[in-house]
Ligand binder design. Sequence first.
Ligand code: UDP
Ligand code: MG
Length: 314
Amino acid sequence: MSKISFIFPVYNEEESLHALFTEMQKLIERLPNDEVELVFIDDGSADRTYMMLTALGHEYPFVKMVSFSRNFGQQIALTAGLDYASGDAIIVMDADLQDPPNVALELISKWREGYAVVYAKRRTRHQEEVFLRKIVAHLYYRLLNALSDIPIPTDTGDFRLLDRKVVDGLKLCREHSRYIRGLTSFVGFTQTSVLYDRHNRFAGQSKYTLLKLFKLALDGIMSFSVKPLKVISYIGFFISLFSFLGATYITLKRIFFQQYTVPGFTLTIILLSFFSGMQILILGIIGEYIGRIYIEAQNRPLYLIKHKINFPDT
Ligand code: UDP
Ligand code: MG
């Protein structure tokens, strides 16, 4: 008999919670030989999520909740889930039923075969998802892999199973700009994937704003690669080389042909604004890394807890 934990980051999911819980109860019936716990991380929800989870927790001891003092974001909520889950295998899922619970059974059987990380890979994204978002997601994963030093599986969300030893490894990574998918690759161990069809959201709207999504995408690139910094050096090098060649050319022309070129005003302005733009961009990239160093140096806690339910010390 093994213990299996499910962790769900939840942020204003009052409309999905009951359906999710019913689905999970069905799933638990199909795992008769295992002990199951459901760990919900209430990421500072402002609706009835907290109350509903409290009620569930009082009724069912295997429903556990960690409630944050405010909204810290999904990746941090996942971190808390990993910190508090005590299973031999830990399954990370969305609370909106976009990740079909039945796929969890496939993840578990792969785990029993001996894999330490089993991630669920999207065969299809649902039609309702905006076309543009699909394309951007596709390109993003390719870019991320081109830049990152360790391979990060494409087209996978956070839906995955992690063995206890992987979670113990993840718990050692305490950086603030977190990208759990990348960290899982960093930790290593034997990894495999299972294909699945991603459903529509059961209710409500995506809790990811465009800004949050952009931040996550940037965290993915910045925390797994210093290549943008290298690219900057290359750009700088080629610009210098280019101007050096230009200078040589003009000097030689003056010496040997006594030619004095009249400077083109338009060209000057174009070059000037091009290189100013370049400099600002480059400073921005460097600034982005420095900002991250600053945040790590502050070393604030990753999250603060308001309330816990069904954990031994509460
Ligand atoms: N979520 C969270 N904190 C946030 C945003 C989202 O805990 O600040 C949760 C949300 O409740 C859901 C999961 O993270 O269970 C995935 O979010 P969502 O479904 O909105 O993202 P999408 O599937 O649209 O990418
Ligand atoms: Mg979702």
